[in-house]
Design a protein around this ligand. Sequence first.
Ligand code: KDG
Ligand code: MG
Length: 409
Amino acid sequence: MKIKSAEVIVSSPDRNFVTLQITTEDGLTGLGDATLNGRELAAAAYLEHHVVPLLIGRDAHRIEDTWQFLYRGAYWRRGPVTMAAIAAVDVALWDIKAKAAGMPLYQLLGGASRDGIRAYGHASGRDIPEILDSVREHLELGYKAIRIQTAVPGIDAVYGVAAQPSAGGTRYDYEPAQRAALPAEEDWDTRAYLRHIPTVFEAVRNEFGPELPLLHDGHHRMTPIEAARLGKSLEPYDLFWLEDCTPAENQDALRLVRQHTTTPLAIGEVFNTVFDYQTLIREQLIDYVRSAVTHTGGISAMKKILDYAAQYQIKSGIHGPTDISPVGMAAALHLDLAIHNFGIQEYMRHGDLTNEVFQQSFSFKDGYLHPGEQPGLGVELDLDAAAAHPYTPAYLPFNRLKDGTIHDW
Ligand code: KDG
Ligand code: MG
């Protein structure tokens, strides 16, 4: 089954997405996601100039061989641009293989290990009453696990907190990438944050009781000892996980955090290969793997990382914000359903325009996602709708401390 053509589509319904569509000589099509938030055109150019020409004429069934060809053949290994491009090819080829087999993709990954995929949503607020309202809205939508992000007194703008309260609870409206020629500047004060955050979790636990799984994202902003202190101070509130507590390219930092706290740790949304997890998994320094299928070389590579993690009782927590397109989300859901060591899936929900461009068969009901039973991934791209929303420059924000020093956001 030879690859006849491959097309890179950059569209911007609600936000920017980079999509690869591969077509075989038999007329089957497969979709892959290569969206790299704020750096979309780098991934698109890598695909268009350095990957698509190499795909034409290859056997679409040879997924592992094509993965190794793109990874080893480039000589320049790893990195977010390369791995997002390889991911798009890998997922598109799995989509084609499953369509050719007439099966939903999860069947080719071993079949379902569960009936539904527990998802967590993002609650946030500028103060405690707003956070409690946001949690209530998420519970009404069916969510059974909720991430809590909060503004901090004395800090004007903080990542993960909606600028406006969501309108009527219909959809969480926070999107960190802003459409503008330059990134927005936010500010940061770690001491103020460390003082404030336990009071927020105390209020949420008092209101909603001990059962509800609660999560929090530290977004790489702490030093190891600060992260250790945060984990310890949140122990009374029984978090499901504390995410990205330090900039984890220094894997050894997590050893120190681990020595001081039993709060479960999740990490990895900016990682792109198994090597980023080598120490973390082998020494059991984390509890959840946070990579996205889209940024880690696709289903083939993510499955290997999760199989390695499974040997150490480490579970999945696949990245699923709105910058993972419906194609990337569907790929995650097929994997989530099939693997044994599933933990939880992030699910922020896309906007209406995105859902017009990407027609999906996955569902969200009573807090559980399911990829659906369509052959392949279960996502189709409307090329005309995509063309109606061309690329618009958009950037993630950045942080400065009070003295002007740039800090992780
Ligand atoms: O592109 C970056 C966002 O996806 C990221 O900020 C979202 O931290 C995030 C999360 O946990 O979803
Ligand atoms: Mg995160």
